[in-house]
Design a protein around this ligand. Structure first.
Ligand code: PXL
Length: 282
């Protein structure tokens, strides 16, 4: 059975991070070994939250897992509380990132042209270094622009497809080149809102070029959709799907989960009804 180590937080509400990664990987027949980056009462988008940072535990994970002879087919990182955590995660990679390991980095830093509360310039520098090591990265458009040194305030000034897709392609190609390796770059959640039908695009740049996959655009950003997306990609790739196929699987799973959630009186912070659609991934 395939096994993936997942560095991410455990949030009580928000259906994000580990509460997305564990079920989504399990449904795909992949064992998820959580390396908890923090425990939160709920994700940070809610008005009230408390966070216990577990950075100091990372060396314990490394030591114990190394002594126990752990090996991972995949390593996947998500929400990090700060720069120090990235440095320690690099130590983790020095031990566990082997030739046959797939490293997926979801450089969680912000969305919709804004950064999350834990964002600092140091965090960005760390994410740049970490992202370049990865085999696959799954930034949203805001995070991709941060990694490629584009101004995120300008990104959503013009939301026409004719502007955003070429911009995202340029950013993806730059990131792939900066990695200096055969990296697959997936830019998620490119929200194109022109006078025609609005669509949300995911763009994939690999050695075979660039392709885009579009879905219906729901004008509401639900918590955890980026984490669900990255988790489907990780599991799908470990199961032998190509990155392009993985993106199609993730796009359908997330579309179905959001469409179902729209029928409820849902609050964006609470996340989406993905549990009902896990069977699609089995
Ligand atoms: O889904 C991204 C994410 C993960 N973890 C925590 C968050 C967020 C986004 O706000 O607050 C704790």
């Amino acid at each position: 059975m395939k096994k993936a180590a997942v560095l991410n937080d455990l949030s009580g509400f928000g259906k994000c991070s580990l509460t997305a990664a564990i079920p989504v990987l399990s449904a795909q027949g992949v064992q998820c070994c959580p390396l908890a980056s923090a425990v939160l009462t709920n994700q940070t988008g809610y008005e009230h939250f408390k966070c216990t940072d577990l950075t100091s535990m990372i060396p314990d994970y490394i030591e114990a897992w190394q002594k126990n002879g752990a090996h991972f087919d995949g390593i996947y990182s998500g929400y990090m509380t700060g720069h120090k955590q990235i440095e320690l995660f690099m130590d983790f990679l020095d031990v566990f990132y082997e030739d046959d390991t797939l490293l997926l980095v979801d450089p969680v830093m912000g969305d919709d042209g804004r950064t999350y509360g834990m964002y600092t310039n140091d965090l960005l520098d760390g994410m740049k270094t970490l992202s370049r090591k990865a085999d696959i990265i799954t930034p949203n458009l805001t995070e991709a622009c941060l990694l490629a040194d584009y101004d995120i305030k300008d990104v959503y000034k013009d939301t026409r497809k004719e502007t955003l897709l070429p911009l995202a392609t340029e950013v993806a190609e730059k990131l792939r080149t900066l990695s200096g390796k055969d990296q697959d770059v997936i830019i998620t959640g490119i929200k194109c809102k022109d006078d025609k039908t609005p669509f949300i695009y995911n763009l994939v740049t690999t050695a075979n070029g660039t392709s885009t996959h579009r879905s219906h655009f729901f004008d509401i950003s639900f918590s955890g959709t980026g984490d669900l997306f990255a988790s489907v990609i990780c599991g799908s790739r470990l199961n032998g799907f190509s990155t392009k196929e993985a993106v199609q699987r993730a796009g359908k799973f997330i579309y179905d989960s959001i469409a179902d959630t729209m029928n409820d009186d849902a609050m964006p912070n609470d996340g989406v009804n993905f549990e009902k659609f896990l069977r699609e991934l089995m």
